[in-house]
Design a protein around this ligand. Structure first.
Ligand SMILES: [Zn+2]
Length: 235
C-alpha cells in the first residue's frame, strides 16, 4: 500500500487506478483517510492538494473519530464503548459463537478468536443496537410520560424502532415511535426529539403553528435542530 505523508495529518493512504478520474480525498468511519489519484498527477501536485485540504481532513477526521467512539465502528479487540448506561468491552474468546456477559454496568462481548475485522464490526454493530434498544426501554418511557404530563400532551402508544429515515414519528392516532439510535445523542437532543413528536399529537404537520408550539415547550429548539444535523440515524 502506498502512503503520502502530510504535515499535521500524518500518513494518508493513496489509491491509484485506471478507473480513477478525480483527485479526491475521503474520510470514512472505520477506514481512515485516503486519497484517490488519477493518472498524470505528480507527487508535488498530490502534496499541494492535500495541504490545501488539511483543515477539512482534520475536522472531518475528528468527527469520524467521535462517531467511531460513539458507535463502536472500526472497533478492535480490547476496545471499550461507553453508552448511556453501560460500558461495553470487546474481548476475544475460544468459543465459536459471539456471547456476552453483563455485570452491573459492564458488558463484555466475547468475539471468537481469529475472526476478521469486518466480522467483528458486524457482531459489535448488532450488539450495540441491542444495547441501544435495551437502554431506550429503560430510559425513555418515563421521560416521554413526564414531558407529556408537564405540557398536557396525550399519546396512545410508545414504541422503539431501528430505522434510518427519522429520529422519531407520530402517527395519526398519536402513536409515538422513537429511533433506538437516539441513544447516540446527548440528552438535550433526545429531549428535543421527544418534545417534537409530542407536539405532533396536536399538530400533524410542520406548519408555523407546529413550530410555535415546539417553541413554547422547548424555547431553544432552533439550536437543537441545528445540532441534530451533526448526527445521523445510521450506525
Ligand atoms: Zn416532525
Amino acid at each position: 500500500m502506498e502512503f503520502v505523508d502530510v504535515e499535521g495529518v500524518g500518513k494518508v493512504k493513496v489509491r491509484r487506478g485506471a478507473h480513477i478520474r478525480f483527485l479526491t480525498v475521503r474520510v470514512a468511519a472505520g477506514k481512515g483517510v485516503w486519497v484517490t489519484v488519477p493518472r498524470g498527477v505528480s507527487k508535488r501536485q498530490l502534496r499541494d492538494f492535500l495541504v490545501e485540504k488539511r483543515d477539512w481532513i482534520l475536522q472531518t477526521g475528528e468527527q469520524m473519530k467521535q462517531y467511531e467512539r460513539e458507535t463502536g465502528l472500526g472497533i478492535k479487540i480490547g476496545a471499550e464503548i461507553k453508552t448511556k448506561l453501560h460500558v461495553l468491552k470487546i474481548a476475544e474468546s475460544e468459543g465459536e459463537k459471539p456471547a456476552y456477559r453483563i455485570e452491573g454496568k459492564y458488558i463484555t462481548l466475547w468475539v471468537p478468536r481469529g475472526i476478521n475485522l469486518s466480522g467483528v464490526e458486524e457482531i459489535v454493530k448488532k450488539f450495540v443496537l441491542e444495547i441501544y434498544r435495551l437502554e431506550c426501554r429503560r430510559l425513555l418511557p418515563e421521560r416521554v410520560r413526564l414531558f407529556a404530563e408537564k405540557y398536557g400532551f396525550t399519546y396512545t402508544r410508545l414504541s422503539f424502532r431501528n430505522n434510518v429515515s427519522n429520529w422519531g414519528s407520530c402517527s395519526q392516532d398519536d402513536h409515538i415511535c422513537l429511533n433506538i439510535k437516539l441513544m447516540k445523542l446527548p440528552d438535550e437532543l433526545i429531549d428535543y426529539v421527544i418534545l417534537h413528536e409530542l407536539c405532533h399529537t396536536l399538530e400533524k404537520n410542520h406548519s408555523a403553528a407546529f413550530w410555535a408550539l415546539v417553541k413554547k415547550v422547548c424555547p431553544d429548539y432552533a439550536a437543537y435542530r441545528k445540532a441534530l444535523r451533526a448526527y445521523n440515524t445510521r450506525l
